[in-house]
Write a protein that binds this ligand. Structure first.
Ligand SMILES: [Zn+2]
Length: 441
């Protein structure tokens, strides 16, 4: 093989740049939660429509445990706190260290704000309900709705707050905190999304209606979400957006399969809108998951498209079932087949070191082993983390991200560390040689 000297420095630069860009912390995160949406809720909706839900085609999928700190069966507050902060708390607690010292746990929304990025919360429940609250508030109880509204308007101040009204939120309080307030779909759709900065959508005086019952003048989840995206994507630094389909859960509590399916279909439509926005981007993570399963749903018969499946329910409460996760884009490869609901915070925030595939804060032998262990495989069949480029294949580009960042970060304790500088040097040389070969052939 002949190397043309003039091309080598350019090629190395290309490899270094590719390596640092590929694994940077996602610029945009869209965290989508189907409240109460277990695997059978997804399957039942697919039987009715005769086609999979939009998110079922996403490349990275797994299951997620949901238990709370003090209970096998979680509520939405403890589950959303785990998703938002990476910490297990007691049921009904909103992002405080309980059990523990009661301190405020940093949420993903706050983490992205601290990096100077825009944020938003969108839900079909009333705005101060447990799931959005866990991303934008800190309270000892989910039922402190007045205080939760105060946390939104005066402490965390997301740019976009779209959901049902009242229950602690008021037009006057939002306006005095600097928000433009809209109260119906027409008002929301008339917003100039290029210039709006702080918008509070207060739609009705409780949760939004079910899809199958009609929303009247109020907006659909998909409309709220695309409007939120249009506002947030004005921030050149990126954004964090949480979207909750909150009433899959309510239909589950009522053991109402018709409304359960209607909500899941609208959630699927909403995810599709988000995927259309994110298509072709490599700087955006779209996560679709649930906080817990509601109803203990069993499917007894698929009655064909257009017909509701025959089902049975085992509870009017939540169950301890694992829930599905589906992911697309930057860091989606960190999804594993079985995750804990506390894993998402680190998946998004601690994977800032390119090449640190096992998220231990250091790029070394174990990260190299992850890539080599799945060498030449398509990513969903391989260990997902082995594909930091997210191109669906484990190969040279992935190897170069590890080798190009070799020894970055803080080494783990000596007992677990295998520094082997000589072999590392050899591997680095091998990596660059492979990189050069690929780019000069
Ligand atoms: Zn519930």
């Amino acid at each position: 093989m002949l190397y043309r000297p003039g091309s080598i420095s350019v090629t190395i630069l290309t490899c270094v740049l590719a390596a640092s860009i590929a694994s940077a912390q996602p610029k945009n995160v869209i965290f989508m939660i189907g409240d109460g949406m277990g695997p059978n809720q997804v399957a039942a909706a697919g039987m009715f429509t005769g086609a999979p839900m939009s998110f079922e085609s996403l490349p990275y999928q797994g299951l997620v445990t949901t238990y709370a700190a003090n209970a096998a069966i979680t509520d939405s507050a403890a589950a959303a706190t785990a998703l938002a902060t990476g910490q297990k708390v007691n049921n009904s607690v909103i992002s405080l260290a309980l059990p523990g010292d009661g301190s405020e746990l940093t949420t993903l929304l706050e983490h992205y704000q601290a990096m100077g990025r825009d944020t938003g919360l969108v839900t079909t429940t009333y705005m101060t309900h447990a799931t959005p609250a866990s991303f934008g508030a800190h309270e000892t109880s989910r039922y402190n709705t007045t205080q939760i509204a105060g946390d939104y308007l005066n402490q965390t101040q997301p740019s976009v707050l779209f959901g049902g009204g009242a229950n602690g939120m008021s037009v006057a309080a939002a306006q005095s905190a600097g928000y433009n307030v809209v109260t119906d779909a027409a008002g929301m759709l008339a917003l100039n999304t290029n210039t709006e900065t702080f918008v509070s959508g207060q739609f009705g005086t409780t949760h939004l209606p079910y899809e199958v019952d009609g929303l009247g003048a109020l907006p659909h989840l998909s409309q709220m979400t695309t409007t939120a995206l249009d506002i947030l994507d004005n921030d050149p630094d990126g954004f964090f957006l949480m979207v909750e389909s909150g009433k899959i859960d309510h239909a589950g509590h009522n053991n109402d399969i018709i409304r359960n399916i209607g909500e899941t279909i609208e959630f699927s439509n909403t995810v599709q809108s988000v995927l259309d926005w994110a298509a072709g981007r490599d700087d955006t993570l779209v996560l679709v998951t649930a906080d817990h399963e509601t109803g203990g749903l069993n499917i007894l018969a698929d009655n064909g498209p257009g017909n509701y499946p025959s089902v049975s329910w085992s509870t009017t409460g939540h169950s301890a079932a694992n829930v599905p996760v589906y992911a697309f884009g930057a860091h989606a490869n960190f999804i594993t087949p079985l995750m804990n609901n506390t894993d998402f915070f680190d998946l998004i925030t601690l994977a800032g070191i390119p090449g640190d595939l096992n998220l231990d804060g250091f790029v070394g032998i174990s990260d190299l082993g992850i890539v080599l262990g799945s060498w030449n495989q398509s990513a969903p069949a391989a260990e997902f983390r082995a594909d930091p480029t997210g191109d669906g294949f484990v190969g040279l580009a992935d190897l170069n991200i590890v080798l190009g960042n070799w020894n970055a970060g803080t080494p783990p304790p000596p007992a677990a560390n295998i520094p082997a500088p000589t072999s590392a040097g050899i591997l680095l040389g091998l990596g660059w040689t492979l990189c050069l070969r690929r780019h000069t052939k």
